[in-house]
Write a protein that binds this ligand. Sequence first.
Ligand SMILES: Cc1cc2nc3c(=O)[nH]c(=O)nc-3n(C[C@H](O)[C@H](O)[C@H](O)COP(=O)(O)OP(=O)(O)OC[C@H]3O[C@@H](n4cnc5c(N)ncnc54)[C@H](O)[C@@H]3O)c2cc1C
Ligand code: SF4
Ligand code: SF4
Length: 1022
Amino acid sequence: MIPKINPAYSVESVYLKYFERLKNESFQGNIEYSYSSRMAVATDNSVYQKIPAGVILPKNAQDVVLAVKIANEPEFASIKFAPRGGGTGTNGQSLTDWVVVDLSRHMRGITGLDVAKRRVHVEAGVIKDYLNQQIKPHGLFFSPELSTSNRATFGGMISNDSSGQGSLKYGKTSQHIISVDVVLLDGSLVTFAPVSGDELKAKLDMENMEGRIYRTVYNIARNKRDEIINTFPDLNRFLTGYDLKHVYDPEIDTLDISRIICGAEGTLGFIVGAEVDLTPVPSYRSLVVIKYDSFDSALRHAPVLVEANALSVETVDSKVFNLAKQDIVWHSVKDLIKEVPDKTMDGINIVEFAGWDNELEGGRMKALIDVLDAELGSAGNSRGIIGYQTCVDLKDILAVYAMRKKAVGLLGNAAGDAKPIAFTEDTVVPPKHLADYIKEFRALLDSHGLTYGMFGHVDSGVLHVRPALDLCDPEQEKTLREISDSVVALTAKYGGIMWGEHGRGFRSEYGPEFFGGLFDELRKVKAAFDPNNRLNPGKICIPWGNDVDHLVSVDDVKRGTFDRTIPKEVRQSFRAAVTCNGNGLCFNFDKTAPMCPTYKLLGDRRQSPKGRAGLTREWLRLMELAGVNPLDEEKKLDEPGLRLKDLFTRISNTLSNSQSDDFSHEVREVMECCLACKACASACPVKVDVPDFRSRFLNLYYGRYLRPAGDLLIKNIETATPFMARIPRLLNTVNGLTPVKYMTKKLWGFVDVPEISYPTFNTLVKNTSAEYLDLEKLSALSAEDRKKYVILVQDAFTTAYDARVIADFVELVEKLGRIPVILPLKPNGKVAHIRGYMREFARMAKSTADFYNQVYRLGIPMVGVEPAMTLCYRDEYRKILGDDRGDFLVQLTQEWLLDNLDAVKSVADDKKAGLKEYYLLAHCTQKSLKPTTHGDWTRIFDKAGIRLVPVPVGCCGMAGLYGHIAGNVERSKAIYKENWAPVFKKYPIEQCLATGYSCREQVRRMEQVTIMHPLQVLNKLL
Ligand SMILES: Cc1cc2nc3c(=O)[nH]c(=O)nc-3n(C[C@H](O)[C@H](O)[C@H](O)COP(=O)(O)OP(=O)(O)OC[C@H]3O[C@@H](n4cnc5c(N)ncnc54)[C@H](O)[C@@H]3O)c2cc1C
Ligand code: SF4
Ligand code: SF4
């Protein structure tokens, strides 16, 4: 039995008092200091980990003002802060031991859109892609691009001065800021924008913190101008912290403090909002994907491509796109980046032409293609070009960029203990030196025997490299330090810098070396804003006059320091939780994307794959500290039999008040909220499969505490359902009675129990040619006869609760010229797995797999209609049984139909009149584990001559039994209202189709309409 575990880190009383004061002073946002909330912001995408004292999540600017003012009271003088947005920093910029101020949850307001002037005001927590989605109808967008655009906030983008693809034309964030609203450390809310003349004079005369800031920066910017110009490299990428070069324009004597705030990495003030300028959406966009025989050829060709007047030139090496090939992302680009026959493609350049003059841009693209054709046609193709492809369709262009944007995450999915890590991933050198610089960089990494993948913005000389290191090995931490130092020297040699895109963070220790004499001036700027070093202390610089505090260093405490205390075999076994690298892709705001419904609904970072993985990792670590190995505990739970002693201990643990501060409860809370929809298992670049470790956690947790009563029903539901299905009318009548509904909710915790199908499945298929055959009878069929049959692999729920769909499948099989076979029901075990009944699930899986393997050997296709159940045989069965699973295959309906596409005829002429188009809402597990789902069904419908439009949609909120559990019902409905309800406003509901039983059930509950499975449309129309 696992022990009660208490995190050793309690919150110091001064923080508790501070949080209490905030509450009493009507702070409107959230104040969170549970261990799980603190852990949720203890990491970003860097190698570092810091557990803060608490997190405050302001509702508005006034909350931030209040938080600062109270912190300025003498008793709270020791409290320090780090602002945080999406938490996607790669260098620990937002990590702190003190208080995190997370502006991303609530401060998402967009106001004052002025289409004519092309400007808008955003609060600090607005996500870039969200803004662009809102303003798209006006033909505008915020143009600086970044890979994390679906989760990074304006606060973070301004603070890191973000930019990416297209930066030569679209620039950096700082170039699009009209003004920025900042809460300073005296509690004042000020707006910084360019000022000159009398206005500047008035600012310089102010007797407050704002005035001090203006005076300090003005004096430095003017008096040190030459030194600044000589120190700041002449690159397209500006420096983070602090941009003294662009803060002042001597020609017009204009000071723009917003340029210092941009790139300050949260060390000068809290950004609460900004007015930003917008760019018209280009009317023309096209891509040329050029393929090379080596990465070096791709790099050396880049300057030529820039001269072709392209918007951007992005490069990707073979390591990255080979990883992409194994990811869900590949199916959308595989036709856009095809292999070249008889050639090895070892690098690509993605060249984009974009603009507002279609003829001009089209001509530029054509000119490049002519050059490429000439190169390819010439005998002495000296540039290593082996081919190219073009795309002009926006959908295709976005698909190629989605692959490129996922590159960092994909690298994180490398096999083995060493994982590509961020510490030298954004170096920049003048583009003309890039190829030579990379040659030396490669030699450096090779000399350490490291593996790495490379990609980047070659047009501006930015290279993304993440060498693979295992930081659980202390020796490899030393390698990190050695390489860091060498890269600083190498970039300097080529006139570049180490932090060219992602900010300085824990690399701040290199600041003095880089800035030389100017570094003191940076410290004076810091002192003007933050004399007591309270804001993100240690990052960028220490305030002038403070000789006590230190800069943070690359040697600071890393995640590996914590992770290495988890035994290696446990880390490997819980690989999915341990390898989360915090890139934050699971914070994607887009409601039409499957990932992650609970995070999207709740906005609570704990309720995301990253949150769940992080908590599990910490839980494993604390278990080890408590001297318990979870793998041993799992083995004990695997042993058969009911141990009375354990039962009594569980009862006692559940009832005892002293158990209330067990950290396992916090982990359980976030695990119980997860829908087990599996979106993370495929959409996360490193395949953090939460449902997998969630079930294992629940298994262990409920080895210590009593389960909810409803679990006892769930455990036996698969065996009980077929019996219940025999008396549908009686059970439906009884279950419909108000007192029974009440008792079902109170006793078992279930609501809205669905009705059992009447007529039953057996009645519905009575007049079909379906045969009920068992293994013996099937084996007796001749090889020739077997070819005529198709086996329906039933699952208890669909057969009992959605009999019409299964019966329609039987009829469809008949129509396609085959004889349907109804195999005896075998428990699937998915629901037991979801509830963490691992021993029972293993037993069911073994028995079912043994049986299906025998059937499979007969060579008759086996088909399951319910996608989640069918895919369980491939996914959860493989994980629990390993090689014992065997090689049986139960096909999804669409897979079987595709195999028999020839048999699918076009809709008959008499049915063609008034034929409608249909809309497909596919099950999220199916989309995740079978990414071709939309395309598969579209092909099948095309063959039948019926138009099918796939609708991008997130989870419906039902997820099997999840939406029927009383504690989940509100969340389940809210997820439906956000993700699915809008679809039915857009499309006629009777033309919408859903592949999942749960999804159809949810629609039935919420809309009182029964929608069809796509196979039912085929059955009706064929
Ligand atoms: C896979 C991956 C790819 C990336 N690609 C790019 C890229 O193409 N281009 C690029 O520029 N960056 C990139 N980054 C880095 C990072 O995503 C961006 O810099 C992003 O803008 C950070 O935004 P955020 O909201 O996540 O900020 P956070 O990580 O939360 O914070 C970043 C910094 O901003 C400060 N901050 C945040 N909000 C505020 C506020 N309201 N007031 C004051 N300070 C604040 C924090 O203290 C911290 O110093 C990438 C990161 C990852 C993981
Ligand atoms: S769970 Fe996956 S997507 Fe989310 S932060 Fe971790 S690695 Fe990234
Ligand atoms: S299974 Fe679904 S709800 Fe659970 S963490 Fe993964 S994406 Fe989120």
